[in-house]
Ligand binder design. Structure first.
Ligand code: NAP
Length: 283
């Protein structure tokens, strides 16, 4: 039997509609919502992601501000632009597109973003709020995944969730969100030093793959009926493939996100949702 396909495209459309309504409500009170992006260098995928973020922001009725620095920009150059955007009243949220070119300190740069304008929810202050279970902008990709689970009524309480990956961008906040009060999954955080990874993953009712290794998670890693969330975006020639071997896993999982059209669209929708919430807080 084939798994239910968890469509990020469909879920993101719902979120983007909600965001557009909130932007329009703020507009009636003469508050425009502004999202700024900072791109350093000319990495082709990053350029596409940034372009898509601007397109989505404008479609939701936001002002979008695009700051593009050359690949030769220094740490000081980047932090100067961030300081300008921190001081710019038009900007409610900003994102620094990652990864930065080699030799630059991404975490150091993110720390200079004002936490109340941190649309990606990656500032240590906001990650601290997440650890404490207090409201704040959430890392966009994990926030989007939680929304997919809610949209498709996937039960989490008392379920075992295995998150493969522990990056500060995806894996670690994902584990925190799944384990927080009210969501109540029992979380196992796996990584490159985890022993018997397939066996660990087979315990999962909800399996999140955020590894960055093309189709690594095959049917051996999946318990029949499990919900499988594929965060990975890997390039195979012209094609985008996930961390999950979709064709094999779709036959045994209960539900699965495709790549593309799964987690990716939710990341942008969550970024917009964070930005409008920051704008509401400022208004
Ligand atoms: P990352 O910073 O490279 O982290 C990868 C994680 O996977 C690390 O924690 C690493 O463990 C673990 N890992 C690596 N090889 C492993 C193995 N063989 N077995 C078990 N764990 C292993 O990557 P990331 O930023 O979290 O991104 C992960 C993937 O998601 C990438 O493909 C990225 O492109 C994609 N992504 C997608 C979206 C989206 O919107 N869909 C957003 C962000 C990222 P260690 O900590 O032990 O090194």
């Amino acid at each position: 039997m084939s798994a239910t396909i968890l469509s990020g495209t469909e879920t993101a459309a719902v979120v983007r509609g909600e965001v557009a309504d909130r932007v329009a409500t703020l507009g009636k009170a003469s508050k425009q919502v502004g999202l700024a992006t900072i791109l350093v260098g000319d990495d082709p995928p990053s350029k596409i992601y940034v372009r898509n973020k601007h397109r989505a922001a404008r479609k939701a009725g936001m002002i979008s501000i695009d700051r593009h620095l050359p690949g030769t920009a220094s740490q000081t150059d980047i932090e100067r632009v961030i300081a300008e955007l921190n001081a710019d009243d038009q900007v409610d949220g900003m994102i620094l597109q990652l990864p930065l070119p080699d030799g630059l300190d991404a975490e150091g740069a993110v720390e200079t973003i004002q936490p109340t304008k941190d649309a990606d929810g990656l500032h240590p202050f906001n990650l601290g709020l997440l650890v404490m279970g207090r409201p704040g902008p959430l890392p966009a990709t994990p926030r989007g995944i939680m929304r997919i689970l809610a949209h498709y009524d996937i039960a989490t309480a008392g379920r075992t969730a295995v998150v493969v990956g522990r990056s500060f961008l995806v894996g670690r906040p994902m584990g925190l969100l799944l384990g927080q009060k009210g969501i109540d999954a029992t979380v196992i955080q796996a990584h490159s030093r985890t022993r018997e990874l397939a066996e660990v993953c087979r315990q999962a009712d909800i399996l999140v793959a955020a590894v960055g290794r093309s189709q690594m998670i095959d049917s051996d890693y999946v318990k029949p009926g499990a919900t499988v969330i594929d965060v990975g975006i890997n390039r195979d020639g012209e094609e985008l493939v996930g961390d999950v071997d979709f064709d094999a896993v779709v036959e045994i999982a209960g539900a699965i996100t495709p790549v593309p059209g799964g987690v990716g669209p939710m990341t942008i929708a969550s970024l917009l949702a964070n930005t409008v919430a920051l704008a509401e807080a400022r208004a």
